[in-house]
Design a protein around this ligand. Structure first.
Ligand code: MEV
Length: 310
């Protein structure tokens, strides 16, 4: 067998995170500025993994790699092949725990590289099913939005158990993603919302429904080039996310600063409680200025990018 490579980019949740776990819609967009490469080589003996966190046999891998390890085993078992005689190297430029879908991207790159290494074909559904196995370790009860957005390559409108729907934005939207520095834990954030929902069902369900409504309006804004409306929806979603307890001081600090510096809207993106914010700039020039200001203000990393219909 020859060296095989699988790649996957990253994703961003524009709006609807957390509510999507409970049946509301969400909008996610591919984020190609960072990604993962998984490289498989023939190495006789037990399967070895080589990553930033750990290098060695998969059997002794730390708990944080449990999802990936399960994914490797399930993929070989899906192909009805023994899980041995290869080494898998994972190179990622996606900061983990920052709401950018690093766990899903790793899983997808790994599954792709294994199919390529063994010369087997896969369907899109195989890819989603196998990578979602790994996501259950990262998210607890994943909605599936991360894996779907990464495999699709287009902005998606996602509702659990509904057929996938693509969104075609009208005009250019200049976004900035900024990293608050603190690592978030999507799984515990998802669990904390679930337990809030259990303890105060009416109040929390109302907030989740409200996020659903805001997400519908955000879609409309994207499809009618209504930047101001989209910005407003981002701000409203952030208010609900704060009430759900998934924003933190570091995120809020960047969000309020971005708004103060003229962003049309800003909110957390992904699991929250650490991780990144997404802000909507007025135009290209403003986007560059805002990115620079956020950097000076202490954001760990800043990525300006444009969403347009291509
Ligand atoms: C994480 O990117 C998005 C969450 O809604 C979790 C999920 O949908 O699995 C927080």
């Amino acid at each position: 067998e020859q060296t095989a490579i699988g790649i996957a980019h990253s994703k961003l949740i524009l709006i609807g995170e957390h509510a999507v776990v409970h049946g509301q819609p969400a909008i996610a967009i591919p984020f190609p500025l960072v990604g993962v490469e998984s490289i498989v080589d023939y190495v006789p003996g037990p399967v070895q993994i080589n990553s930033t966190f750990y290098t060695g046999p998969i059997e002794s891998a730390p708990e944080s790699l449990e999802g990936v390890v399960t994914c490797i085993k399930e993929t070989t078992s899906h192909m009805q092949l023994p899980c041995e005689d290869f080494m898998i190297r994972i190179k990622s430029s996606i900061p983990p725990g920052k709401g950018l879908g690093s766990s899903a991207s790793v899983a997808i790159a790994v599954v792709k590289s294994l199919f390529a290494f063994f010369g087997e074909k896969y369907t899109e559904q195989n890819l989603l099913d196998l990578s979602n196995i790994s996501e259950t370790y990262a998210h607890g009860v994943p909605s599936g939005i991360d894996t779907l957005t990464i495999t699709s390559g287009s902005p998606v409108w996602y509702e659990k158990d509904e057929p996938i729907n693509f969104i075609t934005p009208e005009g250019d939207f200049h976004f900035i993603v900024a990293d608050s520095g603190r690592v978030g834990d999507t799984r515990s954030a998802v669990e904390s919302v679930a337990s809030l929902l259990k303890s105060a069902p009416r109040r929390i369900q109302h907030k989740l429904d409200r996020i659903g409504e805001i997400t519908h309006r955000a879609r409309n804004a994207l499809e009618t080039a209504s930047k101001h409306l989209l910005g407003q929806m981002l701000n409203e979603a952030q208010r609900e996310l704060e009430a759900l307890g998934v924003s933190d001081a570091g995120l809020n600090r960047l969000i309020y600063f971005a708004r103060q510096e003229g962003a049309l809207g800003a909110k957390l993106t992904g699991g929250g409680n650490g991780g990144c914010i997404i802000a909507l700039a007025r135009n290209e020039v403003h986007s560059r200025q805002l990115a620079e200001k956020l950097r000076k203000f202490g954001a760990n990393a800043v990525w300006p990018f444009v969403l347009r219909n291509n």
